[in-house]
Design a binder for this molecule. Sequence first.
Ligand code: DGP
Length: 144
Amino acid sequence: MTRMTTIFDAILDGELPCHRVFENEHVLAFLDIGPLSRGHTLVIPKERRAQLHELSDDASAEIGRALPRIARAVLTATGATAYNVLQNNGSEAHQSVFHVHFHIIPRFDDGSGLGIGWTPGELTGGEDLAAAVARAIDDGEATR
Ligand code: DGP
């Protein structure tokens, strides 16, 4: 997808301030400006891509390495023992900033945190569907 400049570019470029909690060569993490709970943190790759499936393997690996470490720090700092990791792709999926980002959202006894509406359906045609996804992976979707 074509990627527009986002507010996170301005943060990465130092043009906008943020409450930074972690930074290395590949990853930046900072507090969300509209937190769902205390400690709500955003973790972003420095690689500028709109959606998760567009990330390079290297950027993905770096984000994967950073996430648990930052989650541990958020738990330590806030005293939370539960949290959600949320990653939205596409406006229909509630993405509003088109630069890949992971939310780390602590959940507290007062109910603050991520509210989840989850209505499970029934899996039908699972064999065909799994085969179709597996075929796409074999065809290189997962490695391109
Ligand atoms: P999403 O809906 O997944 O695209 O979430 C985008 C998040 O980014 C949202 O929780 C608010 C946060 N956000 C938007 N603009 C800024 C900003 O300028 N600074 C910070 N720290 N967070 C921002």
